[in-house]
Ligand binder design. Structure first.
Ligand code: API
Length: 300
């Protein structure tokens, strides 16, 4: 088995993604390779989407998702759009069915280049999010940060979109909060036994939100698709918006909203862009890599 595989540096609304082609192989991208790739400024990423041969009939590929700290993620909306764009460019196909550890995902590339991913059904049951304590109503859980009588953030909506999310409702620009300081404390709070992705969401209208996310296992990222889905669902669930909203991802350099539709059949469909940046080859066990233009040059 060759020790290098093809990969593409891509982004989904600024969310930094490495799409790694592991088809035809039985090994995996190792946590050590992920950590090494993330330590290099050129390949620094939020998630690796490793495309493996399909394991189930009727699916196009199995996708393994790694965070930049080497941990596993069950869902990555922005990364899934990147995978669709890469495979659509390779095969000319427009519609795909993927399997991940969290289940089956359907996705389609539209004529205008945007991509819709059916992220599946939200989960609200406390033990499945999971939370460490029983909450009958997870749309508003007891959790706060800051002075006890005047908390900066409090009473988030908790849910799973395949991965655990907490959405804190804020009444001013999410960029004005010190999420770098609060994020790690909340991500690792004992109420979240598997940690959680932490989002600040501001309601702009009954069909628009502005969000910013501290990602589990990746920290402050420019965008997070599953958090956008969790924000939209939580907003509709708590009566703050309708079931179809645009999300202005405050931290993203790309000023294009994500559109989230919590359909009547309970599936959450996210639509947005994906962008290819450059391609190369990497060793999935060590993370040693080279750019396509540099091939033949000394590996790094
Ligand atoms: N950036 C991803 C989410 C990664 C989630 C990951 N940080 C975790 O759940 O551990 C997205 O676009 O959905």
């Amino acid at each position: 088995m060759s020790n290098t595989v093809e990969f593409a540096k891509m982004n989904g609304l600024g969310n930094k993604i490495l799409v790694v082609d592991m088809r035809g192989r039985t090994d995996k991208v190792t946590p050590q390779a992920a950590i090494a790739l993330n330590a290099d400024a050129d390949t620094q990423f939020d998630q690796i989407m490793a495309i493996h041969d399909p394991k189930a009939q009727g699916t196009d590929a199995y996708i393994d998702i790694l965070n930049s700290d080497g941990s596993k993620a069950q869902a990555c909306g922005n990364g899934t759009r990147c995978v669709v764009q890469a495979l659509a460019a390779e095969t000319g196909k427009k519609a795909f069915t993927f399997q991940t550890v969290a289940g089956i995902l359907n996705a389609v590339e539209h004529g205008d280049g945007t991509i819709s991913v059916d992220m599946g059904q939200p989960v609200f049951e406390w033990s499945h999010i999971p939370l460490a304590e029983e909450f009958h109503d997870t749309s508003r859980i007891e959790l706060q940060i800051g002075p006890i009588d005047n908390p900066v953030l409090h009473s988030p909506s908790a849910m799973s979109m395949g991965n655990p999310h907490a959405i804190f409702w804020v009444d001013r620009d999410p960029m004005s909060f010190d999420l770098e300081r609060f994020g790690p404390l909340l991500e690792n709070h004992p109420i979240f036994p598997e940690k959680a992705n932490i989002t600040l969401a501001q309601v702009i209208s009954d069909s628009a939100l502005r969000t910013r996310t501290w990602e589990r296992g990746a920290g402050l990222t420019l965008a997070c698709g599953s958090a956008a889905c969790a924000s939209a669902v939580s907003a509709a669930r708590t009566g703050r918006t309708g079931r179809k909203v645009t999300i202005d991802v405050a931290s993203s350099p790309i000023r294009q909203p994500l559109v989230i539709d919590w359909r009547e059949d309970d599936h959450v469909v996210m639509t947005g862009p994906a962008e290819w940046e450059w391609s190369g080859a990497l060793d999935p066990s060590t993370g040693t890599w080279s750019r396509d233009a540099e091939r033949g040059a000394e590996a790094r």
